[in-house]
Design a protein around this ligand. Structure first.
Ligand code: ACO
Length: 306
C-alpha cells in the first residue's frame, strides 16, 4: 500500500503484527471484552452500576456513545454510560473516573472498557501513521472494597492542549465540518507529527512515572509489572530504562498488536492474566500518553475475584 518495509517498521516501532477488525464495530469488540471481565469479576451483569468507555474510534460520530451501545449489547439498562475521549490515555482516565465515583460512593461496580477500531480512522496512504495502529479491546471491573490492600494506590491524569495539533483528526468536527474538500484532503483520518510526539512522550512519561513512584514511596523493585501504553517499543523501553526496571518486569505486546490506543493497557494486562503470570497482590505500574496531549499513570494492585 505504501513505500515502507517490514525491516523499517520493526526497527523504528517494534511492531511485527496487528489485528484488523473485519465485520465488527468498536462496541462489538468492547462488548466481548466486557463480558469476559464481568465473568471473571464473579459479579452478575445487574451488579454493574456504571459503564465508562474510552475510545477515539466510536461507533457513531457524536451520538450515541459507544458506552451506550455496549450497555445495549450487554443487556444492561438504567445505569449511567458515557465515553471518555483522551486518546491513548483513555483507559487511565477511565480508571481515575471509576476510582472517583467509587470513593464518592456514587457507584460500586464500574465497568471500564478501552476499545478501538482504529483501522477505520487511519489513512492507508500515509506511511507515517498506517503502519502503527491496530484494532482491539480490553475491559475491567473496578469495585468498592473495604480491604486496604486491594485499593488502587494512586492514579494521575494530566493534559496539555497546546500540543493539540501534533496528533489530530483535522476534519469532520465542528472546527471543519465534513465537506468534499475535507474528504479529498483525507482530513477525517489521524494525522500525527510522529517525531515531535515521540520526544514529548518520552520526556513527559519518564517524569510522570518517577513522580508517581516517589509520591507513593514505591521503589522500582516493588513493581511486579510495568504495563505501559504500547505505542512504540523505543518509547516504552526508554521509560523502563529510566526506572532501571528489569526486562521481566516490563510487559511488551506492541510487537503482536501494534498501537491499539485506549485498548492497549487492558489488552496487555489480559495477556499477563491469560499466561498465568498475574498473582493476587501483584503491583502494576501503568502509564500512557496520547493525543491532546494527554498522559497519566497509575499504581494498581491486582485484586482478582476470590
Ligand atoms: N516506512 C519507511 N520510512 C518511513 C515511514 C515508514 N512507514 N514512516 C516515516 N518514514 C521516514 C520519514 O519520512 C523520514 O524520512 P526522511 O528522513 O527522509 O525525512 C524517516 O523515516 C524518519 O522519520 P521520523 O518521523 O523521524 O521517524 P521516527 O524514528 O520518529 O519514527 C514513529 C516514526 C514510529 C511514528 C515515531 O516517531 C513514534 O512512534 N512516534 C510517537 C507515536 C506516539 O507515541 N503517539 C502517541 C500515542 S498515539 C494516540 O494517541 C492515538
Amino acid at each position: 500500500m505504501v513505500d515502507t518495509s517490514d525491516e523499517w517498521i520493526i526497527k523504528r516501532t517494534g511492531i511485527k503484527t496487528r489485528h484488523i477488525a473485519q465485520n465488527e464495530t468498536t462496541s462489538d469488540m468492547g462488548t466481548k471484552a466486557a463480558l469476559q471481565a464481568i465473568e471473571r469479576s464473579g459479579l452478575a451483569k445487574d451488579d454493574i452500576d456504571m459503564i465508562v468507555c474510552a475510545t477515539i474510534s466510536p461507533d457513531y460520530f457524536c451520538m450515541p456513545s459507544t458506552a451506550c451501545m455496549i450497555a445495549k449489547k450487554l443487556g444492561i439498562s438504567n445505569v449511567p454510560a458515557f465515553d471518555i475521549s483522551a486518546a491513548c490515555t483513555g483507559f487511565i482516565y477511565a480508571l481515575a473516573t471509576a476510582k472517583a465515583f467509587i470513593e464518592s460512593k456514587m457507584a460500586k461496580n464500574v465497568l471500564i472498557v478501552g476499545t478501538e477500531r482504529l483501522s477505520a480512522i487511519v489513512d492507508y496512504t500515509d506511511r507515517t501513521t498506517c503502519i502503527l495502529f491496530g484494532d482491539g479491546a480490553g475491559a475491567a471491573v473496578v469495585s468498592a472494597s473495604e480491604k486496604k490492600e486491594e485499593a488502587i494506590m494512586d492514579v494521575h491524569i494530566c493534559a496539555d492542549g497546546k500540543y493539540h495539533d501534533y496528533l489530530i483528526t483535522p476534519g469532520c468536527g465542528t472546527n471543519k465540518p465534513c465537506s468534499e474538500e475535507v474528504l479529498k484532503e483525507r482530513e477525517c483520518f489521524i494525522h500525527m507529527k510522529g517525531n515531535e510526539t515521540f520526544k514529548v512522550a518520552v520526556k513527559t512519561l519518564t517524569n510522570d512515572v518517577v513522580d508517581i513512584l516517589a509520591k507513593n514511596g514505591i521503589d522500582s523493585d516493588d513493581i511486579s509489572y510495568f504495563v505501559p501504553h504500547q505505542a512504540n517499543y523505543r518509547i516504552l523501553n526508554a521509560v523502563a530504562s529510566a526506572l532501571k526496571l528489569k526486562k521481566e518486569q516490563v510487559v511488551v505486546t506492541v510487537d503482536k498488536y501494534g498501537n491499539t490506543s485506549s485498548a492497549s493497557i487492558p489488552m496487555a494486562i489480559n495477556d499477563l492474566y491469560e499466561s498465568n503470570k498475574l498473582s493476587k497482590g501483584d503491583l502494576l505500574l501503568l502509564d500512557a500518553f496520547g493525543g491532546g496531549f494527554t498522559w497519566g499513570s497509575a499504581l494498581v494492585p491486582f485484586a482478582p475475584h476470590s
